[in-house]
Write a protein that binds this ligand. Sequence first.
Ligand code: DP6
Length: 333
Amino acid sequence: MKKSEIVHRIFHDHQVLKPKQPKGLAFAPTNIALCKYWGKRDPLLNLPVTSSLSVSLPDKGALTSMMVIDKEDDVIILNGVPIGADTSFKKRTSDFLNLFRGEDSIKLHLDIQMNIPVAAGLASSACGFASIVASLNDLCAWQLQQRDLSILARIGSGSAARSLWNGFVEWHAGVSPDGMDSYGEPLPFEWPELLIGLLPISHAEKSISSRQAMLQTVNTSALFASWPRKVMQDLIILKQALHGKNFSLLGGTSESNALAMHATMLSSWPPICYFLPETIAAMHKIWQLRKGGLPLYFTEDAGPNLKLLFLDKDKDTVVESFPEVEVIQLFDR
Ligand code: DP6
């Protein structure tokens, strides 16, 4: 199934990029998966093997403003810097915009501002594509439902399907080959005492993109066969934990899910290892603190940085133990 086919299914019209106002503007938060998306059943449409569950960081993400320009090519500015035509970011973004262009091939000027490190495992593509889709929705007055925006954002980057909402979001894997049943859905839980800490280890660009790493894992890891069952169990437990506000269950399940994902990567060939020595040292420190009675857990994505999970009552102890941590409030209090 071609990507353009999905756009046609949503709009029933080939030329959908018809600006209705001078400027489109939208913000999308980044999200941290507590149960990870790892492995695709369709790499072209970013259809996942399993469902996943995340929580959004309400003030961290991408703000995209866009307008039509009279130029040969799109212009993309990321954090004030024009992106070169030969970069993969530019190509990926322009290819995505092509899905919406008609024969007049309107070109756009995109100004994307991200307040998270780009390409260092902090889901920059998730908030990036979600904000681009929401900004197109604004520019062209599509007035699409969030669910349709989630499907479109997913075509840009899988995890972007979860970045259309704040709070906890489940991305349903779906079973349909066209992916029309593969979208994010906000979960009706709030947990004002739950905090996330961003623990920077390295902001260097990742050695291998999550897209490539996922493909390599699916194709070569013997452990990947056990991953869908692990996810199925973890999703059930995480929802129980959210329902009962059981923090140790939430933290433990999230940490174990992340480690299982990294185990599939380590067992792929060539091996994929996002851990740096400092990542492992921080893990040991967390386990040590937990042994001492501090309810502190972590999760890790396709990069060396850790995201800490803890409750508001333990904030001071966590900050004392990790002075470099940036504490993120997930819900209004
Ligand atoms: C480890 O969404 O970046 O962060 O669909 O190829 O764009 P593509 O991959 P991407 O992968 C994210 C992987 C992850 C886990 C997660 O966010 O669920």
